[in-house]
Design a protein around this ligand. Sequence first.
Ligand code: HAM
Length: 419
Amino acid sequence: MKYKLIRGFHDILPGQIERWHFIENSAIEVFRSYGFNELRLPILELTDIYCTGIGDTTDIVAKEMYTFDDRDGSSLSLRPEGTAGVVRSFIENSFYKKSPISKFYYMGPMFRHERPQKGRYRGFNQIGCEYFGSANAGADAEIILMLWYFFQKIGFSDSVKIEINSIGDEESRNNFKSALIKYLTPLQEGLCEQCKIKLGTNPLRILDCKNEGCKDIISDAPKITDYLSESSDTHFKMLIKILEELSVPFILNDKIVRGLDYYTETVFEFTTDKLGSQNAVAAGGRYNNLVEKMGGPSTPATGFALGLERIILLHEQISDEEFMFPTDIFIAWIGDNTFIPAMKIATELRSRGKSVYIEHDSKSIKSQLKRANKFGAGYTVIVGEEELKNGKITVRNMKESSEQSIDIGDTEDLYNHFT
Ligand code: HAM
């Protein structure tokens, strides 16, 4: 029997992981510089957290969750996203009592039983940020700015577009929903089967349907931005003003409504035209009612998550740079008696922060030097039997093909060769 990956899941292999680390580390560095701290949460939560948090009628909750009964009968789900769990933790740990503002980032695998295709998986990875405590448009502007800065940092300035919209407060959405239903009802025969259902359950989601027939109908639909309440309109205009003043390039897209029910006011997506239909590399928005809905005190919040697989796919397209962890030093040993001293040298150099590669089967010096080149080692330390008897080892500079014999007892001298 041959075991295989579950459909829609993937391994990240050595040779690929280096690019992942580059992206992850760049994101973490940027998010930390904006005052976000890591929150590490379990990937399994009570199913109800997602039903309440994301919404029963959303595709994610209604069709895509990996849900099962625990041994005590309680229903658990693998997390399909991070926000609902972060809110659960925010309330459970009373972060709101500790500080008026809390800023978290989190990363890790998410699970959605979607139809797999390029850029869309059943097991995928996100890095997300959640910002609690400010209702101000400045908070939305800052996270969009931060995300833009991150994408610039990894070389995506020309590959990614920022699309923003406002879906307003409850009053705005209720007014808009009525207008949308009024517009769509006489045209419903032309809608796809999914959208016919959504007309009764979640009409806003019809706006981002990818079906061509639905897109045609939607193109003349009322625009949500024409239905914003006064305060939502002011909020959205302020966001636009700040982004313009900060020279963040964005476009307005009144069709962005997002697939999760918790959003209020600002919504946004960072999209690319280089990945086919799975074009959002990051997405998010404001969710002012979720903390209260999940049992906490009324707390405005805003956030986003970026999709790591899609970012990696895009990064592979724009940068063929090899992402390998550099090996500083390769230790080659010749003759059985040299292995232990060679290990000691490796340990000493590693304890001083060097990345050192040593192999454990006896091989010729020629094949060991070949291996050293393969790992991109700058230096090879050669530990030979005869030399060792005289307390010496050889340090070979791989680039210059030059060698120098040094005293094995003098670790300082040895270390200095590599600094
Ligand atoms: P989302 O739009 O569902 O939002 O996901 C965010 C990003 O995760 C997407 O833009 C995409 O890059 C990636 N993603 C989603 N589903 C998949 C999939 N099946 N395969 C590969 N990548 C995927 C959220 O998850 C919200 N929690 C974001 C948020 C945080 N809003 C406020 N705070």
